[in-house]
Write a protein that binds this ligand. Structure first.
Ligand SMILES: C[S@@+](CC[C@H](N)C(=O)[O-])C[C@H]1O[C@@H](n2cnc3c(N)ncnc32)[C@H](O)[C@@H]1O
Length: 209
């Protein structure tokens, strides 16, 4: 089956996310600013980077390497056009994060916002195994199971992504991360206008004894 994310036009996705009743583009932008500037790291990978919402918060010389991964190459083309100031450090990779043979560059920090719902925790762990970061910051959404894609004039374009959506329970995610050697160091919950909640969870690797 062709991944439905390959068929969602970026402007439809972004307009949907920016709708007043959805408001996730704006909130995710603020979250990205804090995720990108919250830790002393040289390199970052953003899984499911879409059109690069929030990358404007990176200074040109802040990172040695900024890796953006997405399954939709048109989204990545938009990232490239939008952020000329990052062209010396930006590496964009068009790949399916669910592929068992995926191999990604090693970085210090992985950011994964609203992408675990489409790749699942098992594939996420596989990505972490290949990237070997020391920090992970992710955002998952909670609430309104009947409306995975919130109502908006653009919902029709996005409806098909529901087919591959899976709910991620934050408590379960923390437990699985703990088993894999990760310690949660930040938990932030952001209520959204449509009744959903965005849950940010940051982790660091447990120190070896
Ligand atoms: C809900 S959007 C989140 C985008 C962005 N992180 C944000 O917070 O606005 C999910 C993103 O993950 C990408 N994606 C979904 N499944 C993927 C997969 N299997 N491999 C790579 N990217 C994927 C989609 O193309 C889309 O850009």
């Amino acid at each position: 089956m062709k991944n439905p994310w390959r068929e969602v036009p970026l402007d439809q996705y972004e307009r949907h996310m920016a709708e007043q009743k959805v408001y996730q583009l704006q909130e995710l932008n603020r979250l990205m600013e804090r995720q990108l500037n919250g830790y002393p790291v040289n390199s970052v990978a953003i899984l499911g980077v879409a059109g690069g919402n929030g990358l404007e918060h990176i200074e040109a010389d802040q990172y040695e390497s900024v890796v953006g991964v997405d399954i939709n190459d048109e989204y990545l083309n938009a990232c490239w056009r939008r952020y000329p100031k990052l062209q010396s450090c930006l590496k964009l990779i068009c790949a399916d994060l669910r592929q068992p043979e995926i191999s990604l560059p090693q970085v210090d920090l992985v950011i994964a916002n609203l992408v675990l719902e489409y790749i699942g925790i098992g594939c996420f762990f596989h990505c972490l195994d290949t990237i070997r970061p020391r920090l992970v910051s992710c955002v998952v959404q909670q609430g309104q199971k009947e409306n995975v894609v919130s109502p908006s004039p653009y919902v029709q374009e996005l409806q098909r992504v529901e087919e591959i959506y899976q709910d991620i329970d934050p408590t379960g995610l923390v437990a699985r991360m703990r088993e894999a050697g990760w310690v949660v160091m930040l938990r932030e919950e952001i209520p959204m206008p449509n009744g959903k909640r965005l849950i940010r969870l940051d982790f660091h690797l447990r120190q070896q004894q």
